[in-house]
Design a protein around this ligand. Structure first.
Ligand code: RB5
Length: 157
């Protein structure tokens, strides 16, 4: 399984915790930052804005280069709204196990968005586990994800 992960400045500590959690479980993680210097300064200040981080992760996931993306900001909301602008992305902001599970079962979510100011890092890692280990049910739900794709063609061109 290949994962790409990113955050803005607010999601940075949570992103670090999730990356370490996955790495410790031998899951390949491509961490695009935000990346801090030892001094605490961001290496590239332009990358602290959540729409830019969301775009970079979402484009990679939509291209099929990664199985899933994980995005962290303060609430998980702004970065999720941004990621969902990229065709082919179904980003879900989750703060409990039910949402993490059903975003996969029913929505085939391909990006999990987490809020560093909403949930604790340990709990967020549990949600990551639930998300990554739940399969899409397909069937009538695939009909609906196809309809989401049709909306992209209808309104994004
Ligand atoms: C940054 O202060 C904050 O607005 C951002 O991380 C996120 O919560 C936006 O949705």
């Amino acid at each position: 399984m290949k994962i790409i992960i990113g955050s803005d400045h607010a999601g940075y500590p949570l992103k670090e915790a999730v990356r370490d959690y996955l790495t410790a479980r031998d899951i390949a993680v491509n961490d695009i930052g935000a990346t801090f210097l030892p001094t605490g300064e961001l290496i590239d200040p332009s990358q602290r804005h959540y729409p830019l981080v969301a775009e970079r992760v979402a484009v990679e996931v939509a291209a099929g280069n990664f199985d899933f993306g994980i995005l962290c900001c303060g609430t998980g909301i702004g970065i999720g709204i941004s990621a969902n602008k990229i065709p082919g992305i179904r980003a879900a902001t989750c703060s409990n196990h039910f949402e993490a599970r059903y975003s996969r079962l029913h929505n085939d979510a391909n990006i999990l968005c987490l809020g560093a100011r909403v949930i604790a890092p340990e709990f967020a890692c549990e949600l990551v586990d639930t998300f990554l280990h739940t399969d899409f049910e397909g069937g009538r739900h695939a009909l609906r994800t196809d309809m989401i794709r049709e909306l992209e063609y209808k309104y994004h061109r």
